[in-house]
Ligand binder design. Structure first.
Ligand code: UD1
Length: 387
């Protein structure tokens, strides 16, 4: 039987966030842990992988995330440096805090780094959003996913295909729990607070005429190294987006990596200032509003593929593969890669009223974090008593 109080000699769950897409996953988990019976104590660690006001602080505020208990302040670097710095700074945090387990989300460098530290110290590691696979080992995130899942103890999944992937990789079925999607918990609890695109554009000092255009507007985000790190690839994508913009005005929320590469490769001339509105990275509530009211979202983000499916907004994914196949099978997502014809055809179809309607996937119901809390609390207590 689960006790009424958390055992006094069982330490907190050390919850790790590092980069922007982690924050919306962690917010509902912390809330669910605080209200679980008994409440699950937590220690929130921000590795500092993302550190800008735009990429981090503002999103913390929007999500009403508590201030991190610890900030490792690692910042940018090559993958090796970033991963190593997180590991080096994370280890003493575990030493000082008698962690009952390390909880990581998603697939960023911080996810893998903290997993490695935890598992080598014999501390259970819990991975939320486990088992997603693009089967593209050139993606840094895919390496992070595969390695994290191999050594984590408990794996919480967002869609059924993830469990099948894990079992194929030799993970035992008892380690895997299908709980739904914590990112959609955040979306559902914040939907009514979404900021209107008119306010967002006004705050950025941009003209909002595009909002009144015949077909509305398209929302673009691009940041994957495979799309933005080579001059010719980025050039060809921007050229295609310029063609799209001739039919449908585009609002482009620019990731720092993309902004810096556009300028490094001298591609500013491809931005049609009349039809392509460039914005800095947006807050969570601004992005929710921009997605909710868009006619189509063009993106290479993992998160936006899921959020558009939950919102019922057509999404064209500018990648060759997705680790989130349910958004294509059930949702509003279509993979168009980087192919000009496929992208333009996808947009034309949506403007003609034929975009995918989609359904909301199983257990994307706003209660995934509560299911994790209900499962993890008793598991940790039982694990503690057994050891
Ligand atoms: C990281 C994640 C990716 C996630 C993305 C969301 C990895 C391997 N990648 O990619 O999975 O989808 O975050 O944004 O962990 N920068 C800033 N300000 C910041 C953060 C970064 O200017 O607050 C700049 C850095 O200087 C760097 C570039 O953006 O040059 C990329 O940052 P980095 O953390 O390396 O990876 P992302 O591309 O953001």
């Amino acid at each position: 039987m689960t006790p009424l109080a958390w055992p006094a000699d069982l330490g907190p769950v050390v919850c790790v966030v590092g980069a922007r897409p982690n924050f919306m996953k962690m917010a509902p988990i912390l809330r669910a842990f605080a209200t679980a019976q008994p409440p699950i104590p937590t220690l929130l660690v921000h590795t500092g992988q993302h550190y800008d006001k735009d990429m981090s602080d503002r999103i913390f505020e929007d999500l009403r995330l508590p201030r991190p208990d610890v900030n490792l302040g690692v910042g940018s670097g090559s993958h090796a440096v970033q991963t190593a710095e997180v590991m080096r700074h994370f280890e003493p945090v575990l030493d000082e805090n008698r962690a009952s387990c390390v909880l990581v989300v998603g697939d960023v460098n911080s996810t893998l780094a903290c997993t490695l530290v935890g598992v080598k110290k014999g501390i259970p590691v819990v991975h939320v959003e486990a088992g997603l696979r693009s089967y593209d080992r050139k993606m840094p995130e895919e390496i992070n996913r595969v390695l994290t899942d191999q050594v984590a103890d408990l794996l919480y999944t967002t869609e059924r295909s993830a469990e099948a992937n894990l079992l194929r990789e030799g993970i035992r079925a008892e380690q895997v729990r299908f709980v739904g999607n914590v990112m959609i918990d955040s979306l559902r609890s914040n939907r009514e607070h979404a900021r209107s695109p008119a306010d967002t554009l006004a705050a950025a000092g941009k003209d909002s005429a595009c909002l009144g255009s015949k077909h509305g507007y398209g929302l673009v985000t691009l940041h994957r190294p495979s799309n933005v790190d080579q001059a010719d690839t980025l050039q060809s994508l921007l050229t295609t987006l310029r063609e799209v913009a001739a039919k449908l005005p585009l609002i482009f929320a620019l990731h720092p990596r993309t902004r810096s590469n556009i300028s490094k490769f001298g591609l500013e001339h491809l931005i049609d200032a009349e039809r392509m509105i460039l914005l800095p990275p947006q807050g969570y509530l601004e992005m929710l509003g921009l997605m909710r009211d868009a006619s189509v979202v063009l993106t290479d983000s993992g998160g936006l593929q899921e959020e558009t499916t939950a919102l019922g907004i057509p999404c064209l994914t500018l990648r060759e593969n997705t680790e989130r196949p349910i958004t294509v099978e059930y949702g509003t997502n279509t993979m168009v890669g980087r192919d000009r014809t496929a992208i333009l055809h996808g947009v034309d179809e949506i403007l003609a009223g034929g975009g995918k309607r989609g359904r909301v996937p199983e257990l994307w119901d706003g209660h995934a974090a509560e299911r994790i809390a209900a499962d993890l609390g008793p598991w940790l207590i039982a694990h503690h008593q057994a050891n």
